[in-house]
Design a protein around this ligand. Sequence first.
Ligand code: PLP
Length: 433
Amino acid sequence: SGREHDDRARRLAELDVRTVIHPHSVIGAPEEPLILERGDGAMVWDVTGKAYIDGTCGLWQCPVGHGRPELAEAAAEQIAKLEFYSSFGDYSNEPSIRLAERLLELAPPTMRRVFFTNGGSEGNETAIKLARLAHHHAGRPERSVILARTGGYHGMGGGSLAATGIDRLRAGYGPLMPGIEFLAKPHAVRGADVTDALIAEIEERIERIGADRIAAFVGEPVLGVGGMVPPPPDYWPRVQEILRRHGILLILDEVVTAFGRIGHWFGCERYDVEPDIIVTAKGLSSGYIPMGAVLVGERVLDLAGGAAFLHGFTYNGHPVGAAVALANIDILEREGLLARADRLGRRLLDALKPLERLDHVLEVRGVGMMLGVELDRGPDTAAAAAGVQARARADGVIVRASGNTIVLSPPLVIDEQQLDALTRVLTEHVATA
Ligand code: PLP
């Protein structure tokens, strides 16, 4: 009955508050949890039975949408056959071999090998260590500096957090991994002409540090957590030219941008840039099970061939994750979801763009199905963004406040009606933010 339903929901909420420390929460001051229990396409339902249009697909991880029986079957079949065995050293399994082959077919032609992980942070730990090891092995151990960007997000591990340029996430943990140098946030607010200045800064910094001390440059093709910021025009090809000239490796963190989010298998295709390492996760398995992959290019292999890479986490190369990822890639391909991201993303951007006329909206921006509405309420901006998130949720629409920006990244299967309903609710709450 409805009453039992509500009792269960309340008991679960109380229990959650008493027992769980949530990622990115305040310890000892838990909030009222939103306890979700079911999903279908672009919709999710909570334990009280309330429906939500999913405007973020959790943390960007679900391009194919929720509730796909095919992915459940792929996982169940593999678990029944062989749930897991380590991939360390000379052990292997068929799903990860097949997935590596598939990824290399889809990736730019300079990509040569795949290292599997369980997620994005692990992927960036792997990429940073591999870039340093490559130079070390090639007889240049002093090439260890990593160039990163303000506003960049690469994860929560030792190296991945050290390379994350968001102050609120770095504070309180003591000294982080040394050897990371931050460049300016690559953000052309409302089309301002900033590319030359960004490029000049990179040149100057490399000059100051000395190219012979720098291992790699790490960046997201489009800043995600940093506010859904597409790069200024020409930025990536020009960055790549500088890095090549100085023998600095380019690590592209495509944890969000790969697998259709911005209309391509890999975001680097959209920006005409050829990285040396591509880090992926999230959309690789649509989050049905934790899975990530680091694609390694020929220049890295040339440097690192023969090096002992004593690095790996127990569950790397997980056969269940690989089986799910293969089935997920099949769905993306079969249903034409890459092209859909572009089409629906443009519709959403056009619908939200008029919000820029409001004084307290700094910018509405996006590429593919990665969009952001950045507010400007002075020191109260983050609180205003959080308020929009809360009020939209009450109205059955999930969006996320990331700092000053309302972040949108719906599943690529969302339909026009759901998209328009999302737009209506968001517009109303941004207008009164
Ligand atoms: N890199 C980027 C660009 C991300 O957006 C994220 C997560 O949001 C990560 C890395 C970290 O991935 P994970 O949370 O799977 O460790």
